[in-house]
Design a protein around this ligand. Sequence first.
Ligand code: MG
Length: 168
Amino acid sequence: MRTGTGWDIHRLISGRPLILAGVPIPSDRGADAHSDGDAAIHALIDALLGAAALGDIGTHFPPGDDAFKDIDSALLLKKTLSLISDYRIINIDITIVLQNIRLAPHISEMRERLAILLDLPVTAVSVKAKTAEKLLGELGTGEAVEAMASVLLQEKTVSLETEGDQWV
Ligand code: MG
């Protein structure tokens, strides 16, 4: 088993869509980013790469590369899955911090979208949302969105069979 953590933050500006965990969120502003700025998926990608000790999102998808301009982060996630194909994902847990926009009505759709992208049961996909309690600078004033992710991977070569109390 291997764990990984990821974190991302994007400034929110007008004239951009707000997409989180692959789901468009009604908002008068969205992430200022080279890609579509999906902070939840970016944090998840870093957690997956981190668990496999394969660097980070910038290593594999450089922000200066025109190939990734405005790219759907779901595609970056799919490419990440091919990089960690020696592992199966046991579960993921994501926390999104966003002020002024209620994410609660979108949590189910975000979990379902990620479950499809990751080919996991929705019970293995957790998405939580918090506000910044109107504190903490740009996060508290709703001028930024932040996301954290944690994942657990298992090497595919490791058998799930057990013998007595011992993993074999
Ligand atoms: Mg990002």
